[in-house]
Design a protein around this ligand. Structure first.
Ligand SMILES: Nc1nc2c(ncn2[C@@H]2O[C@H](COP(=O)(O)OP(=O)(O)OP(=O)(O)O)[C@@H](O)[C@H]2O)c(=O)[nH]1
Ligand SMILES: [Mg+2]
Length: 320
């Protein structure tokens, strides 16, 4: 099926079509037809992708649940991808996530998928990137839950439109994040479990202190620091509004499209680096590859073909 028609069928086919598409991109990984489908999804997708990231236990899944309800309440079709940090972890962790994500199974507008991060701890696998591209084409709003940021180029920051960093009170995490230089990544910072009173207020002050002025304002966007409790519901509405405001901010002036193009280049650059190392990644230009191949996924396969080792016959042996 040609790209555009396949995307139209995906949109018309509901949850079943989405589940099939996600299975297909895993089983058919590397096939030209699958790459064409993924590139069409990138071209035609327009869903807003929200990333929720932060340390283990910060409250990401609980918050995902609350935001899912808010988005459904606003009438949006939604998709959730929960990225499990390690494929080596037992099924228990995934099941734990599933029980906290208590979506109505009858609601055709909610689709939830758990995925292993595979080889890259805390980062995203190629499969997760592909799944996000598909969800973005099929749904109006997508939430990606992932542990940790700033650990590799392949983390959630290059996969989403709006990045929310979750920090829990009393953890001292803001200091760690500041030292690691990841404070410049999030668009919104949430101090979770705000029902913890003085601890939460202190954490908000710490985060604000850790954010330098340049971190707080980027390209005209002021990074808000919001205390939120998924338990008693306080701050949830303000968070939902901030996410919506960021979406509108991105749409205005075509910033969303520009950033999406940059992110696709980052996917290809990361693929080159992961697969072929520093030397390999210097040989090919991601933007040029995408231009020739027609999209980021076909570009990765084009890179594979170009960088395949050619065996050159020994000169001395061929001279005689
Ligand atoms: N007091 C309080 N506890 C909360 C709140 N949100 C989550 N928790 C608790 O914090 C713990 C971790 O919550 P999760 O939502 O599973 O956190 P997570 O970040 O998804 O955890 P991992 O996916 O394992 O990294 C659970 O025991 C929750 O009940 C909140 O708003 N207030
Ligand atoms: Mg979780």
């Amino acid at each position: 099926m040609a790209g555009s028609e396949a995307i139209a069928a995906l949109r018309a086919g509901g949850k079943l079509a989405l589940a099939r598409a996600l299975t297909r991109i895993e089983t058919g990984h590397g096939q030209a037809e699958v790459d064409a489908f993924l590139d069409a999804a990138c071209r035609e997708g327009s869903g807003h992708v929200l990333g929720l990231t932060g340390p283990p236990g910060a409250g990401k899944s609980t918050l995902t649940n609350s935001l899912l309800k808010a988005l459904r309440g606003a009438g949006k079709t939604t998709g959730v991808i929960a990225v499990d940090p390690s494929s080596r972890r037992s099924g228990g962790a995934l099941l734990g996530d599933r029980t906290r994500l208590t979506a109505d199974p009858e609601d055709a507008g909610i689709f939830i998928r758990s995925m292993a991060a595979r080889d890259r701890l805390g980062g995203l696998s190629d499969h997760a990137l592909a799944a996000i591209a598909v969800m973005r084409a099929a749904r109006e709003a997508v939430i990606v839950e992932s542990v940790g940021i700033g650990q590799s180029e392949a983390d959630v920051a290059i996969a989403v439109d709006t990045l929310v960093l979750c920090i829990q009170p009393g953890s001292g995490d803001s200091l760690q994040f500041m030292k690691a230089g990841v404070m410049e990544l999030p668009d919104i910072i949430v101090v979770t479990k705000a029902d913890m009173g003085a601890y939460a207020a202190r954490a908000v002050a710490d985060v604000k202190g850790a954010l330098s002025l340049s971190d707080r304002e980027r390209e005209g966007w002021q990074v808000p620091v919001l205390p939120v409790s998924a338990q008693d519901g306080s701050g949830l509405e303000a968070l939902h509004e901030a996410i919506e405001a960021h979406r509108v901010f991105l749409e205005a002036g075509g910033l969303a499209a520009r950033r999406f193009a940059q992110r696709q280049e980052a996917w290809v650059a990361d693929y080159l680096k992961t697969r072929y190392g520093q030397a390999g990644s210097h040989l090919l230009d991601p933007a040029a590859l995408i231009g020739v191949a027609g999209g980021p996924f076909a570009a990765m396969r084009l890179a594979d073909r170009r960088l395949v080792v050619k065996v050159v016959p020994d000169e001395a042996a061929t001279e005689t």
